[in-house]
Design a protein around this ligand. Structure first.
Ligand SMILES: [Zn+2]
Ligand SMILES: [Zn+2]
Length: 129
């Protein structure tokens, strides 16, 4: 009953390997789409808003040197596509432009963060060399 298995097996493995490669590539492109040119943060101690280039992950707040900062995300308004920046994890943040509840999340880009009032910080300013 099982005579076709020895010849069929290698083909399955090749197909499976190909499938994994395709999945791997797609995941990479999704990661890239989610990546912004900047990372935005707000300090929980002094409320300072700041951002760094995307490869820098701060060790402390550039203002008060505390570690009590949170990464921010963009909340996209369904009505006018305006991006309202706020700390990650908050739900139902109203659009700052029209006041309606925001529908989806995005990674804010540098322009969004600047409009929000964040200042660009370099690695040494946030404890990263
Ligand atoms: Zn601070
Ligand atoms: Zn809006």
């Amino acid at each position: 009953m099982n005579t076709s298995a020895p010849t069929g097996l290698p083909r399955w493995w090749a197909l499976l390997a190909l499938l994994l490669v395709i999945i791997g590539c797609e995941r990479k492109s999704i990661d890239r789409a989610l990546q912004s040119d900047a990372n935005g943060y707000v300090c929980g101690s002094c409320q300072t808003r700041f951002y760094t280039s995307h490869e820098i992950f701060p060790n402390f707040c550039p203002q008060c040197k505390q570690v009590d900062f949170r990464q921010v995300v963009g909340y996209v308004c369904a009505a006018d596509k305006h991006v309202t920046v706020g700390p990650r994890g908050r739900s139902g943040l109203p659009c700052e432009q029209c006041g309606q509840a925001t529908a989806s999340l995005c990674i804010p880009n540098e322009d969004n963060l600047k409009a929000w009032g964040a200042a660009r910080k370099t690695g040494p300013e946030v404890g990263v060399n």
